[in-house]
Write a protein that binds this ligand. Structure first.
Ligand SMILES: CC(C)(COP(=O)(O)OP(=O)(O)OC[C@H]1O[C@@H](n2cnc3c(N)ncnc32)[C@H](O)[C@@H]1OP(=O)(O)O)[C@@H](O)C(=O)NCCC(=O)NCCS
Length: 156
């Protein structure tokens, strides 16, 4: 049975931290420029605890009964001086455990976030994905995202 998608509660914090550390480690394997889960977990714990008090943030989890199989975080961003929309949505975190990937769980959490964004008057959603992450890029394209900006880095 597919894990059940629901809103996160504070009780989920330890499991979300575990999944966030896996997300960090996933990125380290792409490029050691990223910090590992061990390095990011302290800072992320503080951020996450505050996000639960923020009505402009929506944290969704996929509950497998004995823990979480994934989580998505969506947030409403203030206007940017160079963009026309007064507010935009952002997906800051998206992770599904390896064993549950490719079964539409990510899409379920994404669809729930889209509903919430629409209810809040959001017409555009932005996100960043590593250019060397075909899995992530493939999922976002499947959900309808189009390339918008290219983020560049020069190593000196
Ligand atoms: C991105 C992620 C959250 C998607 O979750 P999911 O539950 O597997 O997503 P879905 O089942 O809804 O969709 C999977 C889609 O990803 C795409 N995909 C998966 N692996 C892919 C690959 N190697 N190359 C290209 N596209 C790929 C496909 O479009 C696939 O759709 P399909 O199964 O119909 O072909 C999950 O793969 C994940 O956690 N990846 C590692 C972390 C990550 O990349 N997070 C996003 C960072 S921005």
């Amino acid at each position: 049975m597919l894990p059940r998608v629901r809103a996160a509660t504070r009780k989920d914090i330890p499991e979300i931290l575990r999944l966030n550390a896996l997300l960090s480690d996933f990125h380290v394997r792409i490029d050691p420029y990223y910090k590992s889960g061990e390095e990011t977990s302290g800072g992320f714990k503080l951020v996450l605890e505050n996000l639960f008090d923020d009505e402009k943030t929506n944290i969704l989890v996929a509950d497998k009964g004995n823990g979480l199989a994934g989580y998505f975080i969506g947030m409403i961003q203030p206007p940017k001086p160079f963009l026309r929309p007064e507010k935009t949505g952002r997906i800051s975190d998206a992770f599904v455990e390896q064993a549950f990937r490719g079964r539409g769980l990510g899409e379920k959490m994404f669809d729930r976030l889209v509903e919430w964004f629409k209810e809040n008057g959001i017409r555009h959603i932005e996100l960043s994905v590593d250019a060397r992450n075909p899995e992530g890029i493939g999922a976002w394209r499947k959900y309808g995202f189009k390339d918008f900006m290219i983020k560049m880095r020069l190593d000196l």
